[in-house]
Design a protein around this ligand. Structure first.
Ligand code: GLA
Length: 596
């Protein structure tokens, strides 16, 4: 028998290399952890007693513009998987193409929505053709890492399609996308209790996602799939947060008995997340079960390893538990990293939003930005000329939020809840400006096809549609920020009321840079950039009141910090050694339905 016998499911236990095998897995997303920390996080995963790394693959980052692929640096998937192999871990890949994951549009590229008839997650040709081209590239990257030459023992087909199930041909199509390109490893699907209804596919193992056992989900899976190994593909170690609500915690005392029971019943498990990390930049997703709710930047998830890589109490307790499933002592836990609360830095320069606009107006979604891929993330400014005041109505065509200005004076904001504003009376021609923010596309549920952003339909002044917009793309990507920095328009005399605008400060790091948490009390809402890296969004409504700044993204000496602020600026930026998660809520106290 070949020593390369992959993961097999012919009995009630998995076997690997011909031996019985139990998957003790943990999810860490390479795209949510600075590359310099991949090794530290994987060593901690191994030292916790886990034998398998699982990760999603985000299509939107790997193909930012149609036909342009990026598998380099922070997105070097191949190196990430190889590193796991070097450390003695197996890998389960979850390449989607839809991944959910609290990630913008569930990981699908926004350029797919340029097609007004798009039907995401179906065999609609416009979607299927794009998947085929992406999988040509993706499979060429992952194929050498399959178990015959690498550590990948299984590949997941799509993600929780049972809860979506819009097209019966779609799952066989995705399975075929993998198999026809030479992926011969075990394939599996992953569904929550509700999604298990989906019939499944010949030769593809079903697994389940859950947090509580009280609903008999594992038994249900066993009944559906007798004489097959059972696996909880996502054991939710915590939960994610939305702006304006509480930070979710899942107490170790509640979690441990459940994990113990899963193990005692001989079931395989993957901790989702083992380490959540950060949805850096504008990559957060959103929820929409009737009300649109954008997610925060931190993806701490109350997971065993915190956002900054600290081993929590949960980690220690799980390590004790998993150690009982090993014949040899577990490796030592790597020592904690030092952190620093740098001294506050003072804002030195300011650039008004109005001075940041490029001379040449850049047109909207379907116009020639990003090599005709449209704008994906960030802010867009729409300007039009008006000759009167009156009732201004968005008809809910603003996605997701707009600050409204007349002659660059703020007059109010519009969003999902507020659709109407009274504009002051004006005489002669005035400029109406709408600064529209894409707060994150929904990543779960039926509304995926409706995630176009910006102004998506007519908006009216006194019942008449506004026309002839000048549109500026403020995507805040590295190229944009570079142009800004060199714009020559920065001023050192400014007021903190000079918003919206960009505020610049210098952080001087003495010695080796360390991780830190940025704190912005006294600021309102916006995003923070350090040495050109977009760290994510800040918003005073919380619950997140910090932004994680990884040491490797700082340099010894001078560092450039820019805060983009919409509402209210302060004259300084603060730092802390630890995060402030704000008000918390225990997930065990939430009704089950919110955790489907
Ligand atoms: C589901 C999805 C994951 C994630 C979790 C919640 O199980 O499969 O991608 O969204 O929910 O964190």
């Amino acid at each position: 028998m070949s020593r390369f016998q992959g993961l097999k499911v012919n009995a009630s236990q998995f076997s690997l290399m011909g031996e019985p095998f139990r998957i003790l897995g943990g999810s860490i997303h390479y795209f949510r952890v600075p590359r310099a920390y991949w090794k530290d996080r994987l060593l901690k995963l191994k030292a916790c007693g886990l034998n398998t790394l699982t990760t999603y693959v985000p299509w939107n980052l790997h193909e930012p513009d149609r036909g342009t692929f990026n598998f380099q640096d922070q997105l070097d998937l191949s190196s990430y998987i190889s590193l796991a192999a070097e450390l003695g871990l197996w890998v389960i890949l979850r390449p989607g193409p839809y991944i959910c994951a609290e990630w913008d549009l569930g990981g699908l590229p926004s350029w797919l929505l340029q097609d007004k008839d798009m039907r995401l997650r179906t065999t609609y040709p416009g979607f299927a053709d794009a998947v085929n081209l992406y999988f040509d590239k993706l499979v060429s990257v992952i194929k050498p890492l399959m178990v015959k030459g690498g550590p990948v023992i299984a590949v997941q087909v799509e993600n929780e399609y049972g809860s979506y199930a819009k097209d019966d041909e779609y799952m066989p199509f995705i399975r075929n996308c993998l198999q026809s390109r030479g992926i011969n490893e075990l394939l599996l699907t992953s569904d929550n209790w509700e999604g298990l209804r989906y019939e499944g596919m010949e030769g593809v193992l079903k697994t389940i996602n859950l947090q509580r056992l009280s609903f008999g989900a594992i038994q249900h899976l066993a009944d559906m799939q007798p004489q097959k190994p059972l696996m909880v593909m996502e054991y939710w170690s915590g939960w994610f947060d939305v702006w304006g609500e509480h930070h979710h915690v899942f107490r170790a005392e509640d979690m441990l008995p459940v994990v113990s029971e899963i193990l005692e019943r001989g079931v395989s498990i993957n901790l989702y997340m083992f380490h959540g990390g950060t949805s850096f930049g504008f990559m957060n997703g959103a929820m929409d079960f009737g009300t649109y709710k954008p997610l925060v930047t931190s993806y701490d998830y109350d997971a065993p390893l915190s956002e900054a890589g600290d081993c929590t109490t949960k980690y220690q307790l799980l390590r004790n538990l998993f150690s009982q499933y090993h014949n040899v002592p577990l490796p030592e836990v790597p020592s904690p990293q030092e952190r620093r609360a740098y001294n506050p830095v003072v804002i030195q320069q300011h650039l008004s939003l109005w001075d940041s606009l490029s001379e040449r107006p850049v047109n909207m979604e379907n116009l020639p930005v990003n090599s005709s891929n449209g704008q994906s993330y960030g802010y867009t400014l729409y300007e039009s000329t008006i000759t009167s005041g009156g009732i201004f109505t968005s008809r809910n065509n603003i996605r997701d939020r707009a600050l409204v200005f007349v002659d660059r004076h703020y007059v109010g904001s519009l969003d999902y809840k507020t659709h109407e504003l009274t504009l002051p009376d004006v005489k002669g021609e005035r400029t109406l400006s709408l600064l529209v923010e894409n707060c994150g596309r929904v990543n779960y549920g039926k509304a995926l096809d409706e995630q176009r952003k910006g102004i998506v339909g007519d908006i009216l002044l006194n019942h008449i549609p506004l026309k002839e917009f000048t549109i500026f793309c403020l995507d805040m990507k590295p190229g944009f920020m570079k142009r800004l920095i060199n714009s020559g328009q920065w001023k050192s005399d400014f007021k903190s009321s000079s918003v919206p605008g960009f505020f610049q400060a210098r952080l001087y790091v003495d010695g080796a840079p360390r991780d830190t948490f940025i704190r912005l009390p006294g600021w309102g809402k916006g995003a923070v950039f350090v040495n050109g890296q977009n760290l994510g969004r800040h918003w005073s409504i919380g619950p997140q009141h910090f932004l994680y700044l990884p040491g490797p993204w700082l340099r010894s000496g001078e560092n450039q910090m820019i805060v983009f602020e919409e509402h209210q600026a302060d004259d300084k930026i603060l730092f802390a050694e630890n995060p402030d998660h704000g008000k918390t809520i225990d997930v065990y106290k939430l009704p089950f339905c919110t955790l489907l």
